[in-house]
Design a protein around this ligand. Sequence first.
Ligand code: SF4
Ligand code: SF4
Length: 476
Amino acid sequence: MNSSTKYDPKSSKAEEFINHQEILETLDYAEKNRENFELIDAIIEKARKKKGISHREASVLLACQDEERNEQIFKLAREIKREFYGSRIVMFAPLYLSNYCVNGCLYCPYHLKNKHIPRKKLTQEEIRREVTALQDMGHKRLALETGEDPANNPIEYVLESIKTIYSIKHKNGAIRRVNVNIAATTEENYRKLKEAGIGTYILFQETYHRESYERLHPTGPKHNYCYHTEAMDRAMTAGIDDVGIGVLFGLELYKYEFAGLLMHAEHLEARFGVGPHTSVPRVKKADDIDPDEFDNGIDDDTFAKIVALIRVAVPYTGMIISTRESAKCRERLLNLGISQISGGSRTSVGGYAEEEPEDESSAQFDVSDSRTLDQVVRWLMELGYIPSFCTACYREGRTGDRFMSLLKSGQIGNCCHPNALMTLKEYLEDYASEETRKLGDQLIEKEILNVPSERVREILRKNLKAIAEGRRDFRF
Ligand code: SF4
Ligand code: SF4
């Protein structure tokens, strides 16, 4: 990279909005100030306003080793999480369409050269079976996953699959929101995805460090760092105003990735006025992949601090964690900032309709949390959370900045909260075990009282009764 490239969060060029020099200076600044308690206290004070802090400020807090101040950061993250997201946790499931891939990513078993795994691409009929199985579990929100392969998984295949998924109505089931995680593509293809009615477009950066990026992606179209890093700009220009970014922690130094991730969020906010959702995966074991090969693994405490600081730095961001992480780890992270989790996930192609083989050699990564959706729902409720299957914003056209304005208007108590309770009630009626249902009904009774508006409370009670009598699909 040209060392004279300047940092510009509003630029459309990857090298300028994720500027290597700026990250290095940020890390240096953070290191020098890690014991500057006056500065650290001032940043924490600013963060208490709950309007976010910059990547530089957040990096100083990340470098801070003072126990008492770190405790303040965790406490603040919990407060922000409560204020913006309440106790709701949105549920989703990944759906793997195809593991054909022409890329050579060193950390993923689907890389082109891995000859141990069977390659599979779901037919539309097989997708129907998968989605029926997911609906029978109670899922309403999916994240489509597919490798990059223009011959086997062209955009037409993805579009057809989305159409198939939205068309399946099985018993009381329906997939109401399809998020899509496919390789970086053209503006024209993003426009097609938008027209197909996708929810969020998700693309992980994997690593923001260009040299490492190119080394970890030695072959295939994904090798092109700039094309990949500028993908969200093309998606947003094409009208997709709901995007999700993330890094794969463990590939590069976490401090570098953390600054890069926040700079990416700042860039999208500066250029398009809409912040992204964020995901926080860590490298995991899989066929042909040993996470120890990457020597930048992070321990659970550092991981927790990263989650807390993303919540503090970007208070409104939806934050997602997958079944890569164990139940214990997910429990710890939930109240620090996570707003969305997957449950009952299968990470192989066709894994819902058919049992995954014991060794899971065809899975993209080992699932640490292998509980069923019913168990995850019950577990969340036992911890005091409200599992939510809400997709109302997407269906009301409240995405991007309109979704943000809902969050910022303070109306979530009269909107997200009752929606969460109604969708939970649907889940309890249609899919839950006896034990889960009992617990859920008690929780709903208690939580109705937390809806601020009396009028909304009244409508909510009426709708809950209607759901118990068999009617479906209410929303605020
Ligand atoms: Fe292919 Fe994605 Fe795996 Fe890379 S991470 S090998 S692009 S499926
Ligand atoms: Fe999310 Fe909108 Fe539902 Fe609230 S109402 S939980 S923001 S989809």
